[in-house]
Design a protein around this ligand. Structure first.
Ligand code: HEM
Length: 235
């Protein structure tokens, strides 16, 4: 067993532990935070079913962002939709046999890699070109964009410039999940891709990327406009 395989195996176990424990802690913290006031953004649904429908539109279409800013919506939605497709395509490295839906996603997943980069480029350009946004941008805003661009660029480089041994990589990933370590191909681009992914997993619970689980706990989005029908009692 090479040192490289041992290093990356330990790296992924550590990153997974930080991601899972960090996310669980943050979600518990969000769930336990009282919402003392009834503050749904109006016009808001008046029933729980209506709230679920609004949340679905928010998560799938970024509805409120669309109403607020068309450019950010365009690049933001493009990036997230492409990311979802890329992740579905990646599931083939973690399952055997591969689900039908994952197989169907394969050809689209490659184009999604380019769409993901385009979305990220638009979102990043705005942090330099729009004066107001440049003023409020922090190092961590840039770091998250850089990490995601690095992951997408190294992924596409593997596809088009310097391919890796996908069969061996899949054996490594499947092996990790059952604690039966298999050798990891020593291709530099793959090693960069995986190191950046591990870094993303580790910083996720301490980063702005928490907006993904966070949106479900946002009182302006998850409350029904029923203050005349029901008394709102905060925990
Ligand atoms: C441990 C997890 C991961 C592994 C093992 C992995 C592995 C790979 C491999 C082998 C490729 C080349 C595919 C090919 O040549 O057909 C690739 C491509 C790519 N990866 Fe990853 N990757 C992982 C996580 C991620 C994550 C989390 C992202 C996004 C945030 C990502 C984004 C991409 C993109 C955009 C491409 C290019 C498009 C494509 O081939 O799907 N990867 N990845």
């Amino acid at each position: 067993m090479s040192l490289l395989t041992i290093f990356y195996a330990c790296l992924f176990y550590a990153a997974t532990a930080v991601l899972a424990a960090g996310l669980a802690l943050k979600v518990a913290q969000y769930a336990g935070t009282p919402a003392p006031l009834k503050i749904p953004t109006t016009p808001a649904p008046t029933t729980r079913a209506g709230v679920a429908w609004r949340m679905l539109r928010e998560v799938a279409l970024f509805e409120s962002l669309f109403l607020a800013n068309k450019w950010i919506w365009l690049f933001g939605w493009l990036f997230h939709a492409a990311l979802a497709l890329v992740l579905v395509r990646h599931l083939r490295y973690f399952m055997e046999p591969v689900w039908g839906v994952v197989e169907i996603a394969q050809p689209f997943g490659v184009y999604a890699g380019f769409a993901m980069l385009t979305g990220l480029a638009g979102l990043w350009a705005r942090r330099f070109l729009v004066e107001r946004i440049r003023y409020i941008s922090t190092y961590s805003d840039h770091l998250m964009l850089a990490l995601l661009v690095g992951i997408a660029a190294s992924g596409l480089a593997m596809k088009y410039v310097s391919p890796t041994d996908i069969v061996a990589l899949k054996a490594f990933m499947l092996g990790l999940m059952v604690f039966d370590w298999q050798p990891l191909p020593a291709d530099p681009v793959l090693l960069v891709h995986l190191a950046l992914v591990a870094a993303l997993m580790a910083v996720f619970p301490a980063s702005k990327l928490l907006h993904a689980p966070g949106v479900f706990f946002s009182p302006t989005r998850n409350q029904a406009d029923d203050s005349r029908e029901r008394r709102h009692v905060a925990a």
